[in-house]
Write a protein that binds this ligand. Sequence first.
Ligand SMILES: Cc1cc2nc3c(=O)[nH]c(=O)nc-3n(C[C@H](O)[C@H](O)[C@H](O)COP(=O)(O)O)c2cc1C
Length: 166
Amino acid sequence: MSDSTFDDREFRNALGRFATGVTVVTTCDAEGNRVGLTVSSFNAVSMDPPLVLWSLDRGSSTLPVFEAASHFAVNVLGSDQTAVSNRFASREEDKFGDLDCRGGVGNAPLLPDCVACFQCRTIHRYDGGDHVIFVGQVEAFERQPGAALLFHDGAYCVAASHPETD
Ligand SMILES: Cc1cc2nc3c(=O)[nH]c(=O)nc-3n(C[C@H](O)[C@H](O)[C@H](O)COP(=O)(O)O)c2cc1C
């Protein structure tokens, strides 16, 4: 940012105080090539209609594919899936490797062993500065037991019950 009083690193650190889950958002191009990346900007938007959002860095190699795709899938990772998160946060050529994925709506890959999954039709794309904000209408979803993977202060963590609620 051009304003020299605005400290980008401190901004990032302050944003990191907001704990999130960790997802892998996936889709597929017209030739069937699968793309996906680790995403913590996922959030719920609306119950009726059922809408969710996430934002994609304009520098991502996946941007043209997500912009052209009719659908995407949000795979919510479990606490034992840090390796999956790291793999999809990398610039590896074949991030899907030997993962036993199912094809969802619009052929968006559904990763195995996730704690939840949302299959979405892209209904809006908004300018979000150096990111593009995708809003999807949820056409199918599933939920599995197990602890979710969390991200807080730049590190993976797991949830614990708050002592005041015991
Ligand atoms: C915990 C975590 C959360 C992330 N969240 C996002 C996000 O919300 N949006 C985004 O564009 N990149 C996010 N990233 C970075 C991408 O996963 C990473 O840049 C990825 O390599 C992009 O894929 P590409 O290199 O194939 O374009 C996140 C990375 C991590 C580790």
